[in-house]
Ligand binder design. Structure first.
Ligand SMILES: *[C@@H]1O[C@H](CO)[C@@H](O)[C@H](O)[C@H]1NC(C)=O
Ligand SMILES: *[C@@H]1O[C@H](CO)[C@@H](O)[C@H](O)[C@H]1NC(C)=O
Length: 691
């Protein structure tokens, strides 16, 4: 491992901090698990019907000797919205005054595509959820806040180490045609067309004896679970977290225990976990590399490496986990020392302009940001989740029909069309304000420094090369100031603004380019802005905080219906066991039981569970698995809409590690009474024996 010679930041002549105050925390953010659309694939009919794995927020707080403090949170969520962060800050300030602010709190989504939607307060991103979903929103706000409170209440002296490893066989590039359009000399600097590096921050106690936690960054879309999945899931990276936390929290249930292990998003924009690659579903032929089209309207999607999406999730998650676990157990890497600093700025993207050196034509050109717009290829979706209409990726021409539809929503001006260059505009989201604004124009940019480590809060999904280019431009700038840093890209942080490609990838107009909303120079603007932020950070200067993104709270519309009431048949109340277990089971078998249930939306069972597999030990029931375990899942079904009746099935793959003994399954839930009020209930199955 190469040691980087650190020239101390000029503004901090107080000497390197040798230790930090460190706090780690975790909390449940699982929102409504049924009836609500998932965030990610933009499929109206992909609505939850239960939980496979619960969703968590994982936090670290680091404070130096000058009491300069930063907070980083990785959340099992599609991404983070400005409104969510704003409310988290509001909650924290009620409790802790000005300790936590926009500038020193960074919240990053893992980008799982199997969590509930409706938390953005911008039309485009809440479309599939039919508007705002307060249950999703507040589950995120409360859970993220709680994870920060947990970390805050758990601050101890500790040390930080940084290490890295490479993981092959866990990601591929899903738009290699776009990647290949980058300049040859730039591509030649990298072996692969996706980043294979996993970067780990290891948090140790002050004696460097006990490990408190580990935060890992690896670039991959959590889209091993595809757009047909209806179980809430933290996907591949969430499973990696479960495995790592189970390894270090030996006697704790999933989601409990003091060790915190996070797998955070990075420059995953064009990175797929479906490593068998795209294929035409029926014919098995290769898809067209530019358009991802198949002959005879066959659909093109990528999958693998498992036989089905559950197994693929497990395999990819396990590979990522193994890399991290090995780093953790071998304790390699270098120690991070030095001051903690941070800087933050709201940037109005369409107002940005400047001069850029175009490597293709080898001359300076003016650039400007554009009002947000989505291109035709956005509607094609990706090979991880194809779109619903007959759109193709790589579309650079428009047509009258969809232009008419587009103009009905909002008409782009001639300037908009010129500004977006190669992108034919399908949705002029920057001009669409009905019933409220469709996409943000103002983005928060954020930078943390912990010693010589820089963490970039990126407001969207950077592609592999977009991330690499940002890092290398930052490195060049730092070198020009006799500094050297190690950069960590924290994807999908603080707000969501879709994708960021390089200008060269943008020209190809695959899905990622079509979803680069501020035009061809979105990345150019970010690089310039981040360089300025780093410059100010190194000098210890403050920057103009900028104008906050607009507040649209009062305009929110919600078409999601409330739970009106739950009912049950006479003689079989809530919690009544419809299907009892058999008397005997073997390890490796699948146990299925079912109950008369209320709607899980009545109570999210935060930091608890709808189900407990329990074993009797010394005459007491001991929990062996909850609904957060990989081995368990539950599926809720409305049996009668009119009578409000529903049933819930619980599945448990009895693990090889289950001790012999006497067991039962207990279900907890709540029902909405027809005359008002929500009441809890509970039910347990007959006992069964695992032999
Ligand atoms: C999703 O995965 C399932 C297997 O788990 C497969 O049957 C289905 O075809 C996949 N669909 C898409 C669109 O990827
Ligand atoms: C950039 O724009 C300025 C005016 O806004 C103009 O004077 C200059 O010539 C332009 N430069 C290039 C390289 O197009």
């Amino acid at each position: 491992m190469k040691t980087v010679c650190v020239i101390l930041l000029a503004f901090l002549s107080i000497g390197a901090a040798s230790s930090y105050q460190i706090g780690l925390g975790r909390a449940d953010v699982t929102g409504p698990s049924v009836e609500i659309a998932f965030m990610g694939y933009a499929q109206l009919n992909q609505r939850g019907h239960g939980i496979h794995t619960r969703l968590y927020a994982r936090t670290f707080i680091v404070e130096d000797e000058r009491k300069s403090r930063v907070v980083f949170v990785s959340v099992d969520a599609g991404m983070i919205s400005h409104a969510v962060k704003r409310n988290v800050i509001r909650e924290l300030q009620k409790k802790f005054g000005a300790t936590y602010r926009y500038d020193n709190v960074m919240i990053s989504g893992t980008h799982t595509h199997s969590g509930p939607a409706g938390f953005h307060m911008f039309v485009l991103y809440d479309l599939t959820a039919l508007g705002f979903v307060s249950e999703t929103f507040y589950a995120l706000v409360k859970g993220i806040t709680q994870s920060i409170i947990n970390a805050h209440n758990n601050m101890n002296e500790g040390r930080i180490f940084l290490s890295e490893t490479e993981i092959y066989d866990a990601n591929i590039n899903r738009s290699p045609m776009s990647y290949n359009n980058n300049p040859e000399q730039e591509k030649a600097q990298y072996k692969d067309n996706t980043d294979k590096k996993l970067i780990q921050l290891r948090f140790m106690d002050k004696n460097n004896k006990n490990v408190m936690g580990a935060f890992n960054w690896f670039a991959v879309h959590p889209t091993s679970m595809n757009n047909t999945n209806k179980f809430v899931s933290s996907d591949n990276v969430g499973y990696a977290s479960i495995l790592l936390e189970q390894e270090y929290n030996k006697d704790s249930m999933v989601g409990k225990g003091s060790f915190v292990g996070a797998f955070c998003s990075a420059n995953l924009g064009d990175v797929s976990p479906n490593i068998m690659g795209p294929k035409c579903a029926i014919s098995g032929l290769s898809c067209d590399p530019l358009t991802s089209a198949c002959p005879n309207k066959d659909i093109c999607f990528a999958s693998g490496p498992g036989r089905d999406m559950m197994e693929s999730t497990k395999i990819i998650g396990t590979r990522i986990y193994r890399g991290a676990s090995k780093l953790l157990s071998t304790r390699v890497g270098r120690e991070i020392t030095g001051p903690v600093a941070f800087i933050h700025q709201f940037v109005d993207m369409p107002k940005q302009a400047g001069v850029y050196f175009n490597p293709k034509v080898k001359r300076a050109e003016n650039y400007t940001g554009c009002l947000p717009a989505m291109g035709y290829s956005f509607a094609a979706g990706t090979t991880d989740g194809p779109g619903a209409f007959d759109f193709q990726q790589g579309t650079v021409s428009d047509n009258d029909f969809w232009n008419t539809v587009r103009d009905f929503i909002a008409e782009p001006t001639l300037w908009d069309k010129q500004c977006h260059g190669a992108k034919p505009i399908l949705l002029a989201t920057g001009r669409a304000a009905y019933p409220y604004h469709w996409q943000p124009s103002v983005v928060p940019l954020q930078l943390f420094a912990i010693g010589d480590m820089l963490m970039f809060g990126l407001p969207g999904e950077f592609t592999t090369m977009a991330g690499r280019r940002l890092k290398s431009e930052i490195q060049l700038f730092a070198k020009s100031r006799n500094n050297e840093f190690q950069s960590i890209l924290c994807g999908l942080s603080n707000i969501y603004t879709s994708y960021v490609t390089t200008p060269e990838e943008y020209e190809i107009q695959r899905y990622e380019g079509a979803s680069t909303i501020f035009g061809p120079h979105t990345l150019t603007i970010y690089i310039n802005r981040f360089v300025k932020l780093l410059d100010a950070l190194m000098r210890g200067n403050s920057v103009d905080p900028g104008q906050m993104p607009m507040n649209q709270d009062s305009k929110q519309i919600s078409l999601v219906t409330a739970v009106y009431y739950d009912g049950h048949a006479i003689g079989s109340g809530f919690g009544y066991v419809v299907n009892q277990p058999r008397k005997y089971y073997r390890r490796g078998e699948l146990l299925i039981v079912s109950f008369v249930a209320g709607n899980p939306r009545n109570n999210l069972m935060t930091d608890a569970s709808y189900f407990y597999a329990e074993r009797i030990v010394n005459n007491e029931w001991q929990v062996v698995a909850t609904d957060a375990n990989w081995e368990t899942k539950f599926k809720w079904t409305r049996v009668s809409m009119i009578l409000g009746r529903s049933e819930i099935e619980f599945f448990w793959e009895i693990p090889e590690s289950a001790p012999s003994g006497e067991y039962r399954v207990r279900h907890r839930g709540s029902y909405a009474y027809i005359l008002g009020g929500v009441y809890s209930y509970q039910g347990s199955t007959n006992h069964f024996i695992i032999q």
